[in-house]
Design a protein around this ligand. Sequence first.
Ligand code: FAD
Length: 369
Amino acid sequence: MSNVSRTAMPAGAGRAAAKKELPEHFKSYKHVWVFVELERGQVHPVSWELMGAGRTLADRLKVDLAAVVLGPEGQHTRNAALEAFCYGADLAYLVSDNVLSDYRNESYTKALTELVNAYKPEILLLGATTLGRDLAGSVATNLSTGLTADCTALDVDADDSLAATRPTFGGSLLCTIYTLNYRPQMATVRPRVMPMPERVARDAAHIIVHPLGLMEEDIVTKVLSFLPDRDAESSNLAYADVVVAGGLGLGSPENFRFVRELAALLGAEYGCSRPLVQKGWLTSDRQIGQTGKTIRPKLYIAAGISGAIQHRVGVEGADLIVAVNTDRNAPIFDFAHLAIVSDAIQLLPALTAAFRARLLPESRARIAV
Ligand SMILES: Cc1cc2nc3c(=O)[nH]c(=O)nc-3n(C[C@H](O)[C@H](O)[C@H](O)COP(=O)(O)OP(=O)(O)OC[C@H]3O[C@@H](n4cnc5c(N)ncnc54)[C@H](O)[C@@H]3O)c2cc1C
């Protein structure tokens, strides 16, 4: 396994000394693959976000973009493969077998490892979801190749290597990592880091069906029951259109109600900076930032949040950032679109009251941001 990294330098800069000749047996590895995450019949949206990023890489490399779909026999799995063509796939690899009904590391790792060994992609991208992280790690280990986790940018270098950039040193620096001597070059990307590409309806579908040849008796892990994560379901921060968040500047957990009240009125999700989770004011599914959720709302209201780099990387994709802070030199004002120098504890209830006065109940559903 060999990853080479450069810290705080543009992709490719000063990397030549580390470059070795790619071993002969890896030279046939071609094309960009995106793992389409399918769980209980639903495709995770990060898969389509990655198809957008994968399309750009494939076009730069002048190779094909392939979707990889693993799942149980039936229409849901096939539909996921067909849908991939609407997000830019040139072809899809489909492994459809009932041992893949529920995600289990053994069966999914075997299927994906087998596909890679059979069809040899040069780049393999997965979502940095719970499932994707688990699968990517074991597939990379099986293949003895490098894996760059939680990337924030993907690019192709002058010599066609994948330049995978991710935060390092507690998020204070960005580091570009290369897998120079092994294939495939693997990377995971968190939901909402990449923009969602436009869906374009397409009829064309070139699907390669691959048999798995794994029996249920061969798999040690059994799924006895499935309990949905209620917290994860109730907070849909990553995909919310409007997010209101609070930080330490709110002063106390009681004052967080001002964030909740404004969020409820706007039909928004609420979130927070990391210290609030560490203090136990909120659960970790509400944390926004490098080690929490990445968000891309149309409107983000941040109250009493300083805008540390680890928070910034999670919110930069928002269309409109409104920051409320008593300190006019707070770092959040460097990237907020609208800066309000004010005490959040007074401003948030005033904003809520003002919105309430303007929004008649019947017009509430039509908030335009
Ligand atoms: C490895 C690592 C990962 C991390 N991951 C994350 C992450 O995912 N998400 C994250 O958020 N942080 C993360 N952090 C922590 C991050 O570095 C900051 O410490 C954190 O974001 C600060 O939280 P804060 O802005 O709420 O608090 P503070 O930095 O204390 O800022 C509070 C702000 O509130 C303002 N303020 C005070 N009173 C008021 C008032 N009455 N009204 C309005 N404003 C007021 C202050 O001027 C100040 O700007 C991480 C750190 C590390 C090392």
